[in-house]
Design a protein around this ligand. Structure first.
Ligand code: ZN
Length: 298
C-alpha cells in the first residue's frame, strides 16, 4: 500500500522535532556555535516577523550575527517603535543569552534523557513516533513466526480497515455490495471471513485438525479469543498461523472482484495447508518442530 502521508500523521513528529531542535540549540551549542547557527536565521526571522523593514527598524545589518546584537548583559537593540518590535523584545526576554565562553562545540545525542553513543535512528524513531495503546490482539498478529504479508492483512482485518464492498459503498462508491462468493449477503469483514459458506467450509477443515468440537464463529471477538485459547493439541503457534492463512479468503475475494474468478475451497485449503507446513518446516531446527508438524498433519 502506498499513499502520501497526511499532515495529521507527520505533524506531531514535526512539532516534536522543532521542540527538540530548540532545546538542542539552546542547551548544547556554545557561544560560537550559536552565533553561527542563529546568524543564519536571525535576519530571516526578523523579516518574517516584522516585515521587509525588520532589519532596518531593529538596526540589525543583513549580515549580522547574534554576536553583533548581544553582549554580556543582554540584547543590544534599539527601543521598540512598533507592536511587532515590542513583541520581539518581550520574546527575547524569554531567550537565554548565549554562553560567553569560546570553547569548542561538542554534540551529544540524547534520547529520552539518556545519552546515546552516537546517533541511533531506531531509538530516535522509537522516541518520536506517535504511539497508540497496544491492542490486546497485537500478539496474535505480530508474533515471531508470522508470515509478514499475512500478518499485515490480518492487522488490517482486526482494525476492520480492509476495503470490503460495504466499506467502499460507505465511502460513496456506486457499487454492488453483494458478497462475490455467495451473492446473497452484503460483503462485510465478518461475513467474508466468518459467516460466508465459502469461509465456513475452510474453517471446518481447520477445526477438523485443531479443534474438532468447534463450530463457526459468531463474531470477530470470538475468533480473537479462540486464537488466544491454546491447548496441548492446538498450540497457539498453529492457531495463529491457521488464522492468518485464512487471509487467502481475501486473496480469492480480490480475484473474484477483478473478474478472474475464485478457486474452489479445496484448492484454497490446499494452499493454506502448504503455507502452514512451510511455516512449521522453516523452524525444523527448533525443539517443538516435530510436535507441531504432527499436530497439523494428523
Ligand atoms: Zn458470502
Amino acid at each position: 500500500m502506498h499513499r502520501k502521508l497526511r499532515i495529521s500523521e507527520y505533524d506531531p513528529l514535526l512539532h516534536k522535532l522543532a521542540g527538540l531542535f530548540r532545546a538542542w540549540a539552546v542547551k548544547m551549542l556554545s557561544y560560537a556555535g550559536r552565533v553561527q547557527l542563529l546568524s543564519l536565521v536571525v535576519n530571516g526571522m526578523l523579516i518574517k516577523f516584522i516585515g521587509d523593514s525588520g532589519p532596518r527598524d531593529i538596526r540589525v545589518p543583513l549580515s549580522a550575527s547574534v554576536r553583533d546584537v548581544t553582549n554580556e548583559t543582554g540584547w543590544r537593540l534599539p527601543q521598540p517603535r512598533s507592536d511587532s518590535a515590542l513583541a520581539l523584545h518581550i520574546h527575547l526576554t524569554t531567550v537565554d543569552l548565549p554562553l560567553q565562553d569560546h570553547t569548542a562545540d561538542t554534540f551529544h545525542w540524547v534520547v529520552e534523557s539518556k545519552e546515546c553513543k552516537g546517533f541511533s535512528s531506531s531509538r530516535t524513531c522509537e522516541a518520536l513516533r506517535p504511539r497508540a495503546q497496544v491492542k490486546d490482539w497485537a500478539r496474535s498478529v505480530w508474533f515471531s513466526r508470522a508470515i509478514p504479508r499475512q500478518a499485515f492483512i490480518m492487522w488490517l482485518a482486526n482494525l476492520n480497515r480492509l476495503p470490503t464492498k460495504v466499506r467502499l459503498a460507505s465511502w460513496g462508491l456506486n457499487i454492488q455490495t453483494a458478497c462475490c462468493f455467495c451473492n446473497t449477503h452484503d460483503e462485510t469483514r465478518d461475513h467474508l471471513f466468518l459467516e460466508c459458506s465459502y469461509s465456513t467450509a475452510l474453517w471446518l477443515r481447520i477445526f477438523a485438525r485443531l479443534d474438532p468440537n468447534r463450530t463457526a464463529f459468531l463474531s470477530w471477538e470470538e475468533l480473537l479469543s479462540w486464537i488466544r485459547f491454546s491447548t496441548a493439541s492446538a498450540p497457539s503457534t498453529i492457531m495463529k498461523l491457521a488464522t492468518q492463512s485464512m487471509i487467502y479468503i481475501w486473496r480469492q475475494r480480490n480475484s473474484a472482484v477483478h473478474l478472474i474468478g475464485f478457486s474452489p475451497q479445496q484448492t484454497t485449503f490446499a494452499t493454506i495447508d502448504r503455507d502452514i507446513r512451510n511455516a512449521i518446516s522453516a523452524r525444523r531446527h527448533r525443539r517443538k518442530f516435530t510436535t507441531l508438524m504432527q499436530l497439523w498433519i494428523r
